[in-house]
Write a protein that binds this ligand. Structure first.
Ligand code: ZN
Length: 186
């Protein structure tokens, strides 16, 4: 499929152009709005989800996941000292199901998203460790991580709001996660 049908506007070209040079995340504005709404709804806990796409450079689709961190913390605070205000743990069964269903229709994993509560949208050292559970390389080396910053009720009485968002991707030369482009298309 090359999207060159007469009269058809290919609005994802900016995505593919950026993605050709380096890892990037492409999202439709409406999909990003759903992710931001998830982050606000989950406040004061971190939200988390999985991103899949039809092909490299195509806009990603968001899949909400349950954050199991609070349950893990409540059951074993010694092993999981952080609660869901400060950490997330994607339900592994949900992750498996999303990846398998996506693969069955030819789609692939684009990345992950999660929120930071009352703090910056910066990929933390804990985030980096969480992305490298299995060894010295990321468990999903091509995955882009979208981090959202959510702050609580303002003095004006409005509810939680997303105040920032950034993407990060693994840089095999630097051997760390570095900022990556977030391309938003209509
Ligand atoms: Zn984080």
């Amino acid at each position: 499929m090359n999207g060159k049908n007469a009269g058809q506007v290919d609005d994802t070209a900016p995505c593919r152009r950026v993605h050709r040079d380096r890892p990037a995340l492409c999202l439709r504005a409406a999909e990003l709005a759903l992710i931001r709404a998830h982050a606000c709804a989950a406040y004061p806990r971190e939200c988390c989800g999985v991103l899949t796409r039809t092909r490299c450079g195509a806009p990603a689709r968001a899949h909400r996941c349950d954050n199991l961190q609070q349950q893990l913390h409540d059951e074993d605070p010694g092993r999981h000292p952080r609660d869901a205000r400060a950490a997330y743990w994607i339900d592994p069964q949900q992750l498996y199901d999303i990846i398998m269903v996506s693969a069955s229709v030819g789609n692939s994993l684009a990345g992950f998203y999660h929120s930071h509560v009352d703090s910056e949208a910066r990929f933390s050292s804990m985030d980096q460790r969480g992305a490298m559970v299995l060894g010295p390389e990321p468990d999903y080396p091509d995955a882009v991580h979208l981090v959202l910053s959510v702050h609580g009720a303002s003095a004006s009485g409005s509810g939680p709001a997303v105040t920032g968002q950034r993407c990060y991707a693994w840089d095999p030369q630097a051997r760390e996660f570095v900022p990556a482009p977030l391309v938003i298309v209509a």
